[in-house]
Design a protein around this ligand. Structure first.
Ligand code: GLN
Length: 248
C-alpha cells in the first residue's frame, strides 16, 4: 500500500511538472543582434524576435522565457531539447535544415561589410584580394562566417571569428581587424552607435530568417498558423516597423 502511494505520488509529481513545463515556451537567442535581439534598458532581451515570439506564445496560450547564449550554441540547445525553439535572425540554410525544422520565414537580410570610414577598402572586390591578407571579423557559425571562410579557403582573406556581433564590431572599432561581415540590419544598428564606421554592399544573396525547432517538435504547425494570423492582422508588421521604420 505504501509503495502504491509512493508510485501514485511520484506520478502526480511528474504530471504536474510536465504541465508546468508545457505552459512555458523556452526560446534561446543571441542578444547581440540589434534590432532583432539585444539587451534593452531594463536588462531584458528585447527586439523584433523577442516581440514576435511573445505575440505568438501569447496567441498559443504559453508564457515565454528567453535565454541568451552564443549563436553557435543555439541549434544544439534546440536539438537537445533544452529549448523549445530559437529565434535569432537565423538564416534558413540547407545545412541547418539537416539539423532543425524551420518555421515559415518572417524577415529577410543580406550580408554587408562594415569598414572604418577612412578604409582603403571600398568594395568587396577591394577586400577579397589573393594574398592581400585583409582580416575579416565575423560571428562564429553564422552565414557571414561561412561566406568569409570560403574566401579564406581561396587565400583571399583571413577570418577572425568572434562569439558575437558586438565583439566583432568592437575589434573593428579598435583597429584590430579590417572589416566585419554581418547582416544588414545589425550592421546599421552598430554603425549608428559606433563612430567612424561605414557600410559597404556585398554580392551575397538575400537570406530568409525563420524560427528553428527540433525536428520532432509538434509546435511548428501551430507556431506557423499563429504567425500567419499575426502577419495578417498587422501585429508582426507593426513590430518590425517599430524597429525598422523604413520598412513601414
Ligand atoms: N543571419 C545570420 C545567420 O543565420 C546571422 C544571425 C546571427 O548572428 N544572429 O547565420
Amino acid at each position: 500500500m505504501k509503495k502504491l502511494l509512493a508510485v501514485a505520488l511520484s506520478l502526480m509529481l511528474v504530471l504536474t511538472s510536465a504541465a508546468a513545463l508545457a505552459d512555458t515556451l523556452t526560446m534561446v537567442t543571441n542578444a547581440s543582434f540589434p534590432p532583432y535581439e539585444f539587451i534593452g534598458d531594463n536588462g531584458e532581451v528585447t527586439g523584433i524576435d523577442a516581440e514576435i515570439a511573445a505575440a505568438i506564445a501569447a496567441k498559443l496560450g504559453y508564457d515565454l522565457k528567453i535565454v541568451d547564449m552564443e549563436f553557435d550554441s543555439l541549434i544544439p540547445a534546440v536539438t537537445s531539447g533544452k529549448a523549445d525553439f530559437t529565434m535569432a535572425g537565423m538564416t534558413v540554410t540547407p545545412e541547418r535544415e539537416q539539423l532543425v525544422a524551420f518555421s515559415d520565414s518572417y524577415a529577410t537580410g543580406v550580408q554587408v561589410i562594415i569598414v572604418g570610414e577612412d578604409s582603403p577598402i571600398t568594395s568587396a572586390d577591394d577586400l577579397f584580394v589573393k594574398d592581400a591578407g585583409h582580416t575579416v571579423g565575423v560571428q562564429m557559425a553564422t552565414t557571414g562566417f561561412i561566406y568569409a571562410s570560403d574566401e579564406e579557403a581561396d587565400g583571399k582573406c583571413v577570418v577572425s571569428a568572434y562569439p558575437n556581433g558586438n565583439e566583432a564590431v568592437m575589434a573593428l572599432a579598435n583597429g584590430k581587424i579590417d572589416c566585419v561581415i554581418i547582416d544588414s540590419e545589425p550592421a546599421k544598428a552598430y554603425v549608428a552607435v559606433t563612430p567612424g564606421l561605414k557600410i559597404l554592399e556585398t554580392a551575397y544573396t538575400v537570406e530568409d530568417y525563420a524560427a528553428a525547432f527540433a525536428k520532432n517538435s509538434e509546435l511548428v504547425a501551430s507556431f506557423n498558423a499563429a504567425m500567419a494570423e499575426l502577419i495578417e492582422d498587422g501585429t508582426i508588421p507593426a513590430i518590425i516597423a517599430k524597429y525598422i521604420p523604413s520598412e513601414e
